[in-house]
Design a binder for this molecule. Structure first.
Ligand SMILES: Nc1nc2c(ncn2[C@@H]2O[C@H](COP(=O)(O)OP(=O)(O)O)[C@@H](O)[C@H]2O)c(=O)[nH]1
Ligand SMILES: [Mg+2]
Length: 327
């Protein structure tokens, strides 16, 4: 076992600066930081796995951040310490996205009982950052519960949030046929809660209608499994009901054993991802393998060698030699 990492005590005590530094450390791409990040994770991981993790996804502009401000304050009022991880798909610049979030989440970001962090998605596909899982562990170890993960849903992206969250909340707005068109099928299948936001002003009636229509469609598709909530994040309406629905969903998933199953699947897929990463990293560190890889890459690019065979030739040259002949 390695020595205690200096940030461990700070994170455990819920110290924000320690937590910020710890997240920066696990997100670092520098090779010599990864040892430290691993040590930190090893010490903090056993204390985690109990906080409620909620994925919040939906198109840009539907009001996810505004909603999190309202919902987060509701959770704070109920005694929670609220964590928000906001995954920014566009910018590599941390400052820019954080500024926007500070405006949208004005109350939450000035609350002592909340911690908000924006992370660039860093090109990782699926609407998560490459180290979202690690950041969640750190937030949990620092005592934050519930934790919300805000991510923009793009294509398959909405689904990635199910890889790290207990339940998924999809935020929608009504009007203009949005409600069904915007709800891609994969999304519908994974939404535990569908939230229709902006039920206020001139669009209130249309939003309410859209919510009703979707509710009956969902009830037909998967009876008793998805809930539709109508809110105005801006005016703070429907927020207490949404918070209650969230807790009820958690209770339902816990009692049915579904939550446990989801977490097991998440840990399995984290392992797969970690293995993949490690194999690739190890391969690129070895100069001989790296040279061999570049040679194989040419053959693969030209279509002379099937990519899976190239991978085997690289990592299992003994076995691959017997199968690489032929076409
Ligand atoms: N009318 C109305 N506007 C809202 C509501 N919630 C958010 N907005 C506005 O929608 C815009 C986008 O909100 P934001 O929270 O940044 O959306 P995000 O991109 O999904 O995080 C902002 O101008 C918000 O003020 C709402 O409930 N009603
Ligand atoms: Mg936002």
């Amino acid at each position: 076992m390695s020595a205690r990492h200096p940030l461990v005590a700070g994170v455990r005590a819920g110290d924000r600066r320690a937590l910020s530094r710890a997240i920066t450390l696990v997100e670092s791409r520098r090779g010599d930081d990864s040892e430290q990040a691993a040590a930190l994770l090893a010490e903090l991981y056993p204390a985690t796995g109990r906080a409620l993790r909620v994925g919040v996804t939906g198109a840009p502009g539907v009001g996810k951040s505004t909603l999190l401000d309202a919902l987060g304050m509701q959770a704070v009022a109920a005694g929670g310490r609220v964590g928000v991880l906001s995954i920014d798909p566009s910018s590599q610049l941390r400052g820019g996205s954080l500024l926007g979030d500070r405006v949208r989440m004005a109350r939450l970001s000035s609350s002592d009982a909340a911690f908000i962090r924006a992370s660039p998605s860093g090109g990782a596909s699926g609407g998560l950052g490459p180290r979202t899982r690690e950041a969640l562990v750190l937030l949990e170890a620092a005592g934050f519960d519930p934790i919300f993960v805000e991510s923009v849903g793009v294509g398959q992206g909405e689904l990635a949030v199910t890889e790290v969250c207990d339940l998924v909340m999809v935020v929608q707005i009504g009007g203009a046929g949005d409600e069904v068109q915007g709800m891609k099928r994969g999304l519908l299948e994974h939404a535990d809660l569908v939230v229709f936001n902006k039920a206020d002003g001139p669009q209130a009636a249309a939003t309410e209608r859209a919510a009703r229509e979707l509710a009956s469609l969902l009830e037909w598709m998967r009876p008793g499994q998805s809930r539709v909530e109508l809110v105005s994040a801006l005016e703070g309406r429907g927020i207490d009901g949404l918070y209650r629905a969230l807790l009820e969903e958690r209770a339902r998933l816990t009692e049915s054993g579904e939550l446990r199953e989801r977490r097991r699947a998440q840990r399995r897929s984290w392992l797969s991802q970690a293995l993949e990463e490690l194999v690739i990293a190890r391969q690129s560190r070895d100069p001989e393998l790296d040279r061999a890889r570049r040679e194989l890459e040419r053959a693969v690019e030209e279509g002379e060698l099937a990519p899976p065979l190239a991978a085997r030739q690289l990592l299992e040259p003994d076995k691959a030699s017997s199968t690489s002949g032929g076409a």
